[in-house]
Design a protein around this ligand. Structure first.
Ligand code: RP5
Length: 160
């Protein structure tokens, strides 16, 4: 059963969302993935977001660009945590997406990552799930140690 739902507003968002997928696959977290536009097919979107809890989804990762209402509407319709990914855009560089996603009203938060921050969205979802999953927490610990050692190794090479 999918614990994470990955949803994006358009197939043009896929390269960024694929970075979140890479993380979830690395950690062995089951996910479902959909392309659903909150603006172009609001009825489909509403049904998807309302049904997420009953499908067993624990975290939604939602990516969108421009007037990026998809993550915020996920947070309005789903009781669990929502991680939002603002897409870089050709006209305004992605600050349009960032502002659309990050400026949520009090009571309806979206944990917003950086513009095109697909990997960090995946890591944040893993961290949320790891709080109630000791096997996942152990994998997360190994990842953090590995990351630290990688920086230390590069620094060591620089100092040599
Ligand atoms: C949003 O509009 C999508 O999330 C996408 O980032 C942006 C542009 O969509 P397309 O015109 O590429 O379909 O809904």
């Amino acid at each position: 059963m999918a614990k994470v739902s990955i949803v994006m507003g358009s197939d043009s968002d896929m390269p960024v969302m694929a970075k979140a997928v890479e993380v979830l696959e690395r950690f062995g977290v089951d996910y479902e993935m959909r392309i659903i536009s909150a603006h172009r097919e609001p009825d489909v979107f509403f049904e998807y977001a309302k049904g997420a809890k009953d499908r067993g989804v624990q975290v939604i990762i939602a990516g969108a660009g421009k007037a990026a209402h998809l993550p915020g509407m996920c947070a309005a319709l789903f009781e669990g945590p929502v991680v939002g990914i603002p897409m870089k855009t050709s006209d305004l560089g992605g600050v349009d997406s960032l502002y659309s996603i990050v400026q949520m009203p009090t009571g309806v938060p979206v944990a917003t990552v950086a513009i095109n921050g697909g990997a960090n969205a995946g890591i944040l979802a893993v961290k949320m799930l790891a709080m109630a999953d000791s096997a996942l927490a152990s994998k997360l610990h190994d990842f953090i140690v590995e990351q630290k050692e990688s920086v230390e190794k590069k620094d060591g090479q620089l100092q040599a």
